[in-house]
Design a protein around this ligand. Structure first.
Ligand code: AP5
Ligand code: MG
Length: 190
């Protein structure tokens, strides 16, 4: 079984790359951002709660996010492995994930960071914001707040996974195909 964490700032290409990797390696792709957006579309209570944070570019509180993620893993008992996209994003989430997987005799195989500069990411997100309907993509201040949340709460996970010898970095700048090739080489070498 292979379980990957795709790590990186907003707009780094986690979702884009996960869609190729899941097919290539036969993995279930779980994006907590996508799950929240589904809840928002379905107007659930969780969706209403999540929206109040997401619209500002703030992280949703840990416990509701962890519960949602664990529920999604539990829905896929036959999975050959998972790509976790946008989760964990805090140390509390990383610890919860390790504990949860350990109970199932599973673990994280590798955490792979897609690296790109803020200015490139802002361009990508503003461009998508023209058509995506995502309110958090439409305003540069909100995008910068998402980066701020990343820098303060998520970036410390680099050390968390480095301490477990699981942290890998990939250049996230280039064509989508080039980056898929870099990721494929890395995953094949794990
Ligand atoms: P989430 O949906 O995870 O958003 P994000 O990480 O902020 O950013 P994106 O999903 O936009 O980036 P991505 O890295 O997936 O890039 P993508 O492939 O889409 O989270 C949204 C919100 O939900 C959070 O702010 C938070 O409120 C909440 N949330 C989610 N998870 C949470 C958690 N664990 N804890 C608490 N709160 C949580 O690409 C971006 C764009 O760039 C696309 O248009 C794409 O086509 C383009 N692109 C991709 N690759 C390239 C390339 N190589 N060259 C040119 N363009 C490219
Ligand atoms: Mg995404």
């Amino acid at each position: 079984m292979i379980n990957l964490v795709l790590f990186g700032k907003p707009g780094a290409g986690k979702g884009t790359q996960a869609s190729f990797l899941k097919a290539q390696f036969n993995l279930i792709h779980i994006s907590t951002g996508d799950l929240f957006r589904n809840h928002i579309s379905n107007q659930t209570d969780l969706g209403k709660l999540a929206k109040s944070y997401m619209d500002q570019g703030d992280l949703v509180p840990d416990q509701v996010t962890i519960d949602m993620l664990e529920n999604e893993v539990d829905q896929n008992p036959q999975a050959k492995g998972f790509i976790f996209d946008g989760f964990p994003r805090t140390e509390a989430q990383a610890e919860a994930l390790d504990l949860f997987l350990a109970k199932k005799e599973m673990n994280i195989s590798a955490t792979i960071a897609l690296e790109a500069d803020d200015e490139i990411l802002i361009e990508r997100l503003l461009e998508r914001g023209k058509s995506s309907g995502r309110t958090d993509d439409q305003d540069e201040d909100k995008i910068r707040n998402r980066f701020e949340e990343y820098n303060t709460k998520t970036a410390p996970l680099r050390a968390y996974y480095t301490n477990q010898n699981k942290f890998h970095s990939v250049n996230g700048i280039g064509t989508i195909e080039e980056i898929t090739t870099r990721l494929t080489h890395l995953i094949n070498s794990l």
